[in-house]
Design a protein around this ligand. Structure first.
Ligand code: C2E
Ligand code: MG
Ligand code: MG
Length: 708
């Protein structure tokens, strides 16, 4: 016992020397180290300079009394927690109360029971040390909670909530607010998407004692969204009865973000930010499943930059990296091209991945026709082939592509990738800078198509296109009121090729843009010449396909064109189809308004074959509707076609636009149309499309007839 207590130092404060001496002796005898003070002032002085484990303090003393001494002691930094036993008069409740108010830990009544004094002191020391231990563990618990961003909480059956400071911090609320929050208010912070799940789990702990662990997002009281991990267990009384729920809630936002960053790093190529091989396969699998359900065709393209090693050698690694980044960006833009967008009906996004040093894999979803993959491949090769500026130098690359088709060649992403790689070797072997299909037969189809594309490209640049004109006639007077310009291809070996044979290819390959430019130039040049020659102004229509109509700058291009040739914009009619307008109504409406604002006329071609409803037609600002030939064919028989034409005429009157019937071949059709109120006709009955000189002779002859 002596060893245990010999470090413990007590201070006995009493102005009564006898009592003080008795106490000191008794306690020293019990093994304590004891110092004495004969006044409050002296005690405070001693206390200032040394540590004591406990004070025995008399209440009634000369100078400052025991209460005041205790109060001052408590104000001293080391005096805050030291146990103080006050010596008070027997049964003097008033002074006992005052003692506690002054900060005493306990009291001992006089006369002192000397036998018990040592026990009272020991008891005082013990409870002080356990209070200290508890405070310490509470503090370290709070510290641990703070470090772990983990708050603890509990609900009693009564619904009252207790929570740690850290929990309040996690929820962005003051502790007091959190303490008086109801379990419902606590639950309300859980994001809508998960609230029911969390609520059910908490209810089950309370009802069945079923513990849970959950991760879910919360919206803090300050609006910030965080992710938390929560674990809860039943709270039981000593008899094992369920009395509530207790749990911990940990803010794991940083960890989750770090994990998602790591996941991104694991799944993406660091240089280009594109998915890597593993992720590509993950993305491809569900896309193929869906394609298989929709019976859609897909293609996997494996692209490899030709002779990349020499680029790296010439530019160094930094230069090589830059080149790869540029190529990656071009591939991403290239797969979003217009022909694919129109071919892809399901609106799937394409996937571009970097799967090796200078190799990329692309997945094209729902390509419509297998040979569309070939078109895209060629466009990608062209995109890669554009000069790249690196380190002040301009480099030009070529690449090769291997293509495997779904479902033709394989059904799963792994096989498709492998087959595309095999096809790539064929492309390399065949001389690089080209694409090759895994399937031999597809190669034949693709090369025939490529040849046709090259042929058409040459035709546009080499002056093989011809402009034909077909008159639009007022059937009542026989006067020509306008003309439609129709393209022909004067092929060196095939002769005159009709547009139906090459317009679709031109649209798929983007060649429709230079083709339309050529037609517009021809038409406006002709209008300019007529103007100069003093001929009556005759409006001419040009067919404008989707890519041209939607291309940026069309309005400016046309305005510039008519200005250069001194032609009024009203003389140029742009024919667009219903399906073009319907593919993106809002954009089409804006486009029509812009062009009409510039003075150009707009005509809705092949009307009746699309799916535009009345409500849309009302929004399209147009000048003319052209009734498709298929409704004209049987119009003389009345019936459905007759009724349809009649209603189109009524609609046109309502919208104040003119109606033209296309493909009028017989007098009977012409008569029927006129009786239905449609008087403007275009068709073989009046004239076939013809070259310009012939059209001019036709005009002369017609005007002579009309004059006569
Ligand atoms: P479209 O714009 O509806 O042109 C009317 C088509 O009907 C023309 O065919 C014309 O020759 C034909 N046609 C006119 N009257 C009759 C008739 O009485 N009977 C019959 N059976 N056919 C008649 P074409 O010239 O072969 O052109 C076909 C389509 O090709 C055009 O249909 C148009 O969609 C497109 N097209 C023609 N030229 C161009 C062009 O320069 N650019 C674009 N984007 N498309 C063009
Ligand atoms: Mg037309
Ligand atoms: Mg038409």
């Amino acid at each position: 016992m002596h060893e245990n207590t010999n470090k413990i130092r007590l201070l006995v404060v009493d102005d009564d020397m006898l009592l003080r001496g008795m106490a000191t002796r008794t306690l020293r005898h019990a093994g304590f180290e004891v110092l004495e003070a004969d006044s409050g002032e002296r005690a405070l002085e001693l206390f200032e300079n040394a540590n004591f484990d406990l004070l025995l303090l008399d209440v009634l003393m000369a100078g400052i009394d025991g209460y005041e001494t205790c109060r001052r002691l408590r104000a001293m930094p080391r005096g805050l927690r030291v146990p103080v036993l006050m010596l008070t008069g027997l049964n003097d409740t008033a002074s006992i109360e005052r003692a506690y108010e002054a900060g005493a830990t306990d009291f001992i009544t006089k006369p002192i029971q000397w036998v018990l004094l040592t026990h009272r002191v020991r008891y005082g020391l013990r409870s002080a040390s356990s209070a200290e231990a508890m405070r310490h563990s509470r503090e370290s618990l709070a510290r641990a909670q703070r470090m772990a961003h983990m708050g603890s909480w509990s609900f009693g059956v009564g619904g009252a909530m207790a929570c740690s400071e850290e929990l309040a911090r996690i929820f962005g609320a003051p502790v007091e607010a959190m303490q008086c929050a109801s379990p419902e208010a606590f639950l309300a912070r859980v994001r809508d998407s998960d609230r029911e799940r969390v609520g059910t789990a908490r209810a089950r702990v309370a009802s069945d004692g079923q513990p849970y662990q959950l991760v879910f997002p919360i919206e803090r009281f300050d609006g910030m969204v965080r992710t938390v991990f929560e674990q809860a267990e039943p709270l039981r009384d000593p008899l094992g009865q369920l009395v509530g729920v207790e749990g911990i809630t940990q803010d794991i936002t940083e960890r989750v973000e770090a994990e998602s960053q790591i996941r991104h790093l694991v799944l993406h190529d660091a240089l280009t930010g594109l998915p890597n091989r593993d992720f590509f396969l993950d993305l491809a699998a569900p896309a193929l499943e869906q394609a298989s359900r929709n019976q859609a065709q897909c293609a996997v393209l494996h692209l490899d930059i030709d002779r990349f090693k020499s680029i790296n050698d010439a530019l160094g690694h930094a230069g090589g990296d830059e080149v790869l980044r540029v190529v990656a960006a071009r591939l991403q833009t290239g797969t979003r091209g217009s022909d694919l967008a129109s071919a892809s009906r399901s609106g799937h996004t394409e996937v571009v991945a970097r799967i090796g040093g200078n190799a990329f894999t692309l997945m094209l979803v729902d390509i419509g026709r297998p040979d569309h993959a070939s078109t895209t491949a060629e466009r990608l090769l062209q995109a890669v082939n554009q000069p790249i500026q690196v380190q002040g130098r301009s480099v030009q690359l070529t690449a090769s592509i291997g293509i495997a088709l779904f479902p033709r060649d394989a059904h799963d992403a792994g096989d498709l990738t492998r087959f595309a790689e095999q096809a790539l070797y064929e492309a390399k072997k065949a001389g690089r800078a080209r694409h090759s299909f895994f399937d031999e037969e597809m190669n034949a189809v693709a090369s025939a198509r490529l040849a046709r594309e090259a042929d058409l490209r040459r035709a546009i640049a080499g002056g093989e296109l011809r402009m034909y004109l077909q008159p639009k006639v007022d059937a009542r007077s026989g006067a020509t009121t306008g003309a439609e310009a129709l393209v022909r291809w004067q092929h060196p070996s095939k002769g005159l090729v009709p547009p139906g044979n090459f317009i679709p290819l031109a649209e798929e390959t983007g060649l429709i843009l230079p083709l339309t430019d050529w037609m517009l130039e021809q038409v406006v040049t002709l209008l300019g010449r007529w103007q100069r020659e003093g001929l009556a102004p005759l409006p001419v229509s040009v067919n404008v396909a989707a890519p041209c109509f939607m291309a940026d700058g069309l309005a400016d291009q046309l305005s510039g064109l008519v200005r250069r040739h001194g032609v009024r914009p009203e003389q140029l009619i742009l024919e667009v189809t219903e399906s073009l307008l319907m593919s993106d109504v809002d954009r089409a409406v804006a486009r029509l308004d812009l062009l009409r604002g510039r003075g150009f006329k707009l005509s809705l071609d092949d009307f009746g074959t699309g799916y535009s409803s009345l409500s849309y037609i009302k929004r399209f600002s147009i000048d003319e509707l052209k009734i498709d030939r298929c409704f004209v064919m049987d119009v003389q028989r009345g019936g459905k076609d007759g009724a349809l034409v009649a209603s189109i005429v009524t609609l046109a009157r309502m919208l104040n636009v003119q109606v033209v019937a296309e493909g009028v071949e017989t007098e009977a059709q012409s008569l029927a149309l006129r009786s239905l109120g449609c008087t403007l006709h275009q068709g073989f009955l009046y004239a076939r499309p013809m070259p310009v000189e012939q059209f001019e002779r036709f005009l002369e002859a017609a005007s002579a007839t009309v004059q006569r």
